[in-house]
Design a protein around this ligand. Structure first.
Ligand SMILES: [Zn+2]
Length: 142
């Protein structure tokens, strides 16, 4: 299993569009941007709704249950900060509550060979520092 304990990740820098996402993650909540005009849920956050071009956008909590939409296995240490975790799985997750909104993450607490398209996953939160907590995923129980 990948050893993430020695990985020193680049720390995300929230901006005006992503700050609500990071604020929620810090509280252990996965919150995505939703359009108040048409109800569309999107990720990553944008200045406008990608469906109706509406600008009345808010962030709302979503359940962290979803499926692996795509994945790649990192076998090489292009970025030395990730060396201890190689090989590891980078996954793209489609949430049950937000079809079409895709989150990039790592598959944690499982061998990288467990990453398969369609496999059920659930969110978990990896605290990177006092300000940033990263939503990650593990295989769903059951
Ligand atoms: Zn909309």
């Amino acid at each position: 299993m990948s050893d993430w304990s020695k990985v020193t990740r680049p720390i995300p820098v929230p901006n005006e569009w992503t700050k609500p996402f990071w604020d929620a993650a810090k509280q252990g909540v996965l919150a995505l941007q939703r359009c108040r005009s048409c109800g569309h849920v999107q990720h990553p956050p944008y200045a406008t709704c990608t469906q109706c071009i509406g600008v009345d956008l808010t962030f709302e909590p979503v359940r962290g249950a979803g499926t692996i939409y795509a994945y790649t296995i990192m076998y090489h240490t292009g970025d030395k900060r990730f060396a201890s975790a190689v090989p590891y799985a980078s996954i793209v997750v489609e949430l049950d509550d937000a079809p079409g909104a895709l989150l990039a993450a790592n598959l944690l607490d499982a061998d990288y060979t467990e990453a398969k398209v369609g496999r059920r996953v659930e969110v978990m939160f990896e605290q990177l520092n006092d300000d940033i907590t990263l939503p990650q995923f593990r295989l769903a129980a059951g």
